[in-house]
Design a protein around this ligand. Sequence first.
Ligand SMILES: [Zn+2]
Length: 76
Amino acid sequence: MTAPAAQARDTPGRAAAPQQVAGLLVVDAENVRARYECYRPGCPQRREGPVFGPAVQAFVTEIKGQHMAAYHGEPR
Ligand SMILES: [Zn+2]
């Protein structure tokens, strides 16, 4: 079958936008917990956490940078 439908907006190679969403930080204020889910292709550690209570604040502040540095080779 041919596919005459609209072309997918799929950018080959490196994406140009540095601010694209590559992960999701989930914070549950009621139960005081947080976790981070990474959406980057090929990520070896798709989920970080969850952490609870007093650890949440530091986790929220640090996790994205830590994760990127540890698994995607990006500076904080
Ligand atoms: Zn990742």
